[in-house]
Design a protein around this ligand. Structure first.
Ligand code: PMP
Length: 396
C-alpha cells in the first residue's frame, strides 16, 4: 500500500522533476539512436558528442563489434549465473589475466559494473576494525561503498592533504586504515594529488585504493591511470569498462591475496550474475586496440588541449585540470538548462550539471572530449558554446 508517508517521499523528488519538465528544459535521458562516437544521434538527428566516457573512441569499433557478435554465437546473451557458479567462461579468465598483465599487477577481478566494483571491494575490505577515509567529492559508488562498510567512515575536504593527514594521525591506533579516492574527479576533471596521498598512506600504514574510471587508457605511460601518471602503485586500482573500453563492467587489480579474498568475500561479485561473455569479448578486443593504436591517445590529448584553449580564448571559465573531463562554468541553473536544450537543437550534445549535483550558482556543463571527435567538430563545439553563452550573457 502506498501510504501518505511514501507519497511524500516520492513527491520530494518528483515535484522538482515535474517542474523541470513543465519548464521544457528537461534534457536528461535523451533517446539516442546511434553509438557514442565523435558524432551520435538523438532520435535520429545528428549531434556532436561532447558527453560520453568513450575517451579513446573505441565504442562501436568494427573489430569490437565483431568480437561481440562471435562471442554471442558461442555463449548467448548471459550465463544465467554468478561467477563462482556457472558464470565464469574462458573469456572472463583471459580478461582478468590480461588486465593484470597490462596493469603490471599480480591479479585482477571483474565485476558487472564499476559501481559494483567499488561497492563490493570497499565493503568487503572494511570490517568493524577499519577506518575508511575518503574525499568528500568522490564518486557516489565510493561513497555508497563506504556506507556499506562496517567500520567507521571519515570524510576529508576535497583534496585537503592537511585534513587527510589529520584524520590519519587521529586514527593512528586503528587496526586498519583504508583510504579510497578518485584518480580523476568525475565532475571536476582534476587529477587527485596521488603522490601526496600515497606518501601519507605509506607513512601512516593505510591501504590505498584508487578509482581510475576517468584515467584508464590515457593517463600514465601505459595508460594505467592517474597512479601511473604520478609513478605510484596503489594497493588496489579500480576501473570501469563503461568508458575508455566502450563497453560495460568494472574491475579491480591488486596482488593475488587481495583478489582471492575479494573473489570469496565481495558480495557484489559473489551474488551478482556475471558479465555477459559477449561483453567480455568486446572488452578484450578494446584492451588489444588500446595498445595497438596509440594514435588514439595522442588524438585525445590533442582534442582536449584544443578544446580547452578554445574555450578559454572564447572567454569561458574552465574548471578542472588537464584531463579530457572539462567542466565549463555557467552559474545559473536555468541558463545552463536552456543553453543545453538550444545546443542540442544546434547539433551539440553536452550535459549540464545543476544544483544539487553542484553548489547553488555553480551550474556547469561537463564536457568530455574524445579521440573520436574530428578537429573540425572540436572547433565547431567551441563556436556553438560561445554563441549560446553570448545569447545568455554568461561569459566571464
Ligand atoms: N567511478 C567513477 C569515478 C565514475 O565516474 C563511474 C561512472 N560514472 C563509476 C565509478 C561507475 O562505473 P560504471 O558506470 O561502470 O558503473
Amino acid at each position: 500500500m502506498i501510504t501518505d508517508e511514501y507519497a511524500r517521499t516520492l513527491a520530494s523528488v518528483n515535484d522538482r522533476i515535474r517542474d523541470l519538465k513543465d519548464s521544457g528544459y528537461y534534457t536528461f535521458e535523451m533517446p539516442f539512436t546511434a553509438a557514442p562516437g565523435g558524432r551520435s544521434e538523438i532520435d535520429h538527428r545528428e549531434v556532436i558528442m561532447l558527453t560520453s566516457g568513450n575517451y579513446l573512441g573505441l565504442a562501436g569499433h568494427p573489430e569490437i563489434n565483431k568480437a561481440v557478435k562471435d562471442a554471442l554465437d558461442t555463449y548467448g546473451t548471459g550465463a544465467c549465473g554468478a561467477r563462482l557458479n556457472n558464470g565464469t567462461t574462458v573469456l572472463h579468465l583471459e580478461l582478468e589475466e590480461k588486465l593484470a598483465e597490462w596493469m603490471g599487477t599480480e591479479a585482477a577481478l571483474t565485476y558487472s559494473s564499476g559501481y559494483m566494483a567499488n561497492l563490493g571491494t570497499i565493503s568487503a575490505l572494511c570490517d568493524g576494525d577499519t577506518v575508511v577515509i575518503t574525499d568528500q567529492i568522490n564518486h557516489m559508488s565510493i561513497l555508497d561503498g563506504c556506507r556499506l562498510a562496517e567500520g567507521s567512515v571519515k570524510i576529508f575536504q576535497h583534496n585537503s592533504m592537511e585534513k587527510l593527514e589529520y584524520i590519519l594521525r587521529r586514527n593512528a591506533d586503528a587496526r586498519k586504515k583504508f583510504v579510497v579516492v578518485d584518480g580523476v574527479y568525475s565532475m571536476d576533471g582534476e587529477i587527485a594529488p596521488l603522490d601526496d596521498i600515497h606518501r601519507l598512506t605509506e607513512q601512516y600504514g593505510a591501504m590505498l585504493m584508487v578509482d581510475e574510471a576517468h584515467g584508464t587508457g590515457f593517463l600514465g605511460e601505459n595508460g594505467r591511470g592517474a597512479g601511473e601518471h604520478f609513478g605510484i602503485v596503489p594497493d588496489i586500482t579500480m576501473g570501469t569498462f563503461s568508458k575508455t573500453f566502450g563497453g560495460v563492467g568494472g574491475f579491480v587489480t591488486a596482488n593475488r591475496d587481495i583478489v582471492e579474498y575479494l573473489r570469496h568475500s565481495a558480495h557484489a561479485y559473489m551474488f551478482n550474475a556475471s558479465l555477459p561473455a559477449p561483453t567480455v569479448a568486446g572488452v578484450l578486443k578494446a584492451l588489444e586496440l588500446m595498445r595497438r593504436e596509440p594514435w588514439r591517445t595522442e588524438k585525445l590529448w590533442e582534442n582536449t588541449m584544443r578544446f580547452r584553449s578554445g574555450l578559454i580564448r572564447a572567454g569561458f571559465e574552465v574548471l578542472g585540470s588537464v584531463t579530457p573531463v572539462i567542466p565549463i562554468l555557467v552559474g545559473d541553473d536555468i541558463a545552463a538548462l536552456r543553453m543545453s536544450k538550444e545546443l542540442m537543437a544546434d547539433g551539440l550534445y553536452i550535459s549540464g550539471a545543476i544544483f544539487p549535483a553542484v553548489p547553488k550558482g555553480r551550474a556547469r556543463f561537463r564536457a568530455t572530449v574524445t579521440a573520436a571527435m574530428t578537429t573540425e567538430d572540436v572547433d565547431r563545439a567551441v563556436e556553438l558554446l560561445g554563441d549560446a553563452a553570448r545569447r545568455h550573457n554568461v561569459l566571464a
